[in-house]
Design a protein. Structure first.
Lengths: 226, 410
């Protein structure tokens, strides 16, 4: 589903060059739930951003669903992200000026879906995460766990094949974290969605199919869990 | 999609109340000034009482002599003699309204001095221009031929001189110790139409200078064509006639033109020789307007950049979920247009208040400004100018933001 070949990412300033990722190759199979762990600054999020086409690698190739995306235009890349990928961020990144329903509808806006269709799909996604009673609320009126569930609803509303989650439980207590994790596991199991999750939490990582450990921008362990 | 943009635009406006106030104040204040200026220009340039036949009229008001070798130039209004002896021979002119420049005379009412501006006119002046008579009528050819001391006065003069008298026809008005019999009272004309406004109108035959044999004088005229299609014919015949005018001593060129209304004004302001000054005046007005719009636009650009950069995280999210740079530029321009149209609406309300105050203060005698569709149309153009120019650059900068950096900015 996702194929990374010799990915390198270098951050350059006027005086310093920092190698964030150093020649990582990784395959993620369709329907797989993969977790990435490693100490802070080891390049986990950078790798996830590159997989999610939010950032460009300095070197290497990325193929998603057999498509080489390196030559995609901005327009085509946007369309590809919209249709194939869903994102969950540690700090939710909900738009506070919009109500919950409008936040969840966001990916569908860029598909030119009708307002009616958007509302039906967004309501269904919020039902899946158990928030159908919070449609008219603003994000600031919700708890952290509820916000993350809204973010998950937003990530799945467009029915993407891949979900990329950057520390989705990082800001939550363990009970909330487990709830979110259950939602992701069900999504993977029932819908066959491929999930790549960056986490600091060993127990969460052990609920996934495979764990990749990074250190100083390189992959040093690839552990099959189930 | 548009509904979503509107929602977010309104939410952002509500969220940053101070920025919103500054932006709206800038837009509405600028638009108010522009709208009042447009209303003023519209008052001057659109056909207005009593000059309604502009489409088939040409205006003659300057005579210029030039000595091209020495570089001398002499410029003045036109003489009655020129109109009577030369222009009246043109076959394409249906009617010619001749009037003198306004001259001041003194009258005394209850020992108080009253300045009365009077003009001499011919009989066709009353046929070409459509003055509204409140009582009486205009003087005819008979009164002109007999050089009768009759006068048509304005409503304002009637009130100032005769007070609340119901009718003044047949009464006498004394100006510079000459008694004129009032035969008509017309509605006031705005001072902005300086060729037609006056306190008192008299037959030209009682003037001292109408017999002067000279091309230069103190008169101007409107040449009325039978139809709009005939206007270029008048122009052509007029130009040919001017070429045949006898050259005055010491000069080798004569310039005199029959112009459309606006060109007639620009010729007086910025014209000379063959140039009617139209391009110069239009350019100056355009540059001035552009500069006037540019300052608040730059201010808005700055505010918009700050506003947009505050929303980096939202931009990152939108990009992550499928918004292309183009879509984001579109979104922010729509948002900015919402803001500018809101400012525009406030601007219209402020303009209505300003115009009401200006009309009430009677800053320019008898000038009544109004906001009509023309003024609204130009205001709409100004709004779009504001919205686009102040939104495009910040939107473009924002759309180029790196998604990861944008998301980290929260």
């Amino acid at each position: 589903m996702i194929r990374l070949q010799n990915i390198e990412k270098v951050y350059r300033t006027d005086t310093v060059e920092t190698l964030a990722i150093n020649g990582i190759s990784l395959d993620v199979a369709k329907g797989e739930f993969l977790s990435i762990m490693g100490p802070s600054g080891c390049g986990k999020s950078t790798l996830l951003n590159i997989m999610g086409l939010l950032d460009e690698p300095s070197k290497g190739n990325i193929k998603i669903d057999e498509q080489d995306i390196s030559r995609f235009s901005d327009q085509k890349l946007a369309k590809f992200r919209n249709q194939k990928l869903g994102f969950i961020f540690q700090s939710y990144h909900l738009i506070n000026d919009l109500r919950v329903l409008d936040n969840v509808e966001l990916p569908l806006l860029y598909r030119n879906s009708s307002a009616k269709e958007r509302k039906i799909l967004a309501t269904a996604a919020l039902e899946k995460v158990g928030l159908s009673n919070r449609l008219k609320h603003f994000p600031t009126q919700l708890s952290g766990g509820q916000r993350q569930r809204v973010a998950i609803a937003r990530a799945i509303v467009g029915n993407p094949q891949i979900i990329l989650a950057d520390e989705p439980t990082g800001n939550l207590d363990s009970a909330m974290g487990n709830e979110i994790m259950d939602i992701l596991i069900n999504l993977n199991k029932n819908e066959g969605t491929t999930i790549v999750m960056v986490t600091h939490d060993e127990s969460m990582a052990h609920k996934t199919h495979r764990l990749v450990r990074l250190f100083d921008g390189s992959q040093f362990n690839n552990q099959k869990l189930c | 999609m548009l509904k979503n943009y509107f929602k977010i635009a309104l939410a952002v406006l509500k969220r940053r109340k101070f920025f919103t106030f500054i932006s709206l104040f800038g837009i509405s204040f600028t638009l108010t000034i522009l709208m009042v200026a447009t209303a003023f220009m519209d008052k001057i340039l659109s056909p207005d009482y009593p000059d309604y036949k502009r489409a088939r009229s040409l205006y003659v008001s300057t005579m210029e002599y030039k000595n091209t070798k020495e570089g001398w130039m002499n410029r003045s209004d036109v003489s009655f003699y020129f109109f009577e002896h030369y222009v009246s021979t043109l076959k394409t002119v249906q009617k010619m309204a001749i009037s003198s420049n306004a001259k001041a005379s003194n009258a005394y009412v209850n020992n108080k001095k009253l300045v009365i501006e009077y003009k001499y006119t011919n009989a066709d002046y009353w046929n070409v221009l459509e003055y509204r008579f409140l009582e009486g009528k205009a003087f005819q050819q008979r009164e002109i031929d007999n050089a009768e001391l009759v006068a048509v006065i304005s409503e304002e003069t009637k009130k100032a001189y005769f007070g609340d008298a119901k009718t003044v026809i047949g009464k006498y008005i004394s100006a510079d110790n000459i008694n004129y019999r009032v035969i008509g009272v017309v509605e006031n004309v705005s001072k902005t139409l300086y060729n037609f406004s006056g306190d008192m109108y008299l037959p030209y035959t009682i003037s001292k200078d109408y017999k002067d044999i000279d091309l230069m004088g103190g008169y101007n005229a409107i040449l009325l064509a039978k139809s709009e299609a005939d206007v270029p014919k008048i122009k052509k015949e007029f130009d040919q006639m001017v070429k045949k005018l006898p050259l005055p001593k010491d000069f080798d060129k004569i310039y005199c033109n029959a112009d459309p209304f606006f060109a007639n004004i620009t010729r007086r302001i910025a014209g000379g020789g063959t140039s009617n000054g139209l391009t110069k005046v239009v350019s100056i007005i355009s540059i001035f307007t552009l500069l006037f719009l540019l300052l608040p636009t730059i201010n808005l650009v700055n505010i918009n950049i700050t506003r947009i950069m505050e929303r980096s995280s939202e931009i990152g999210v939108r990009k992550a979920f499928g918004a292309s740079s183009k879509t984001l530029v579109y979104q922010f321009i729509v948002e900015n247009l919402v803001l500018t149209f809101l400012g525009g609406m406030i601007g219209i309300i402020l303009s209505l208040i300003a115009i009401h105050l200006i009309n009430g203060a009677n800053l320019i005698s008898n000038m009544h400004l109004s906001i009509n569709f023309t003024v609204l149309f130009y205001s709409l153009i100004a709004c779009i100018f504001f919205g686009l120019f102040s939104g495009v650059y910040p939107a473009w900068r924002m759309s180029k933001l790196n998604v990861v950096k944008a998301l980290k900015a929260q």
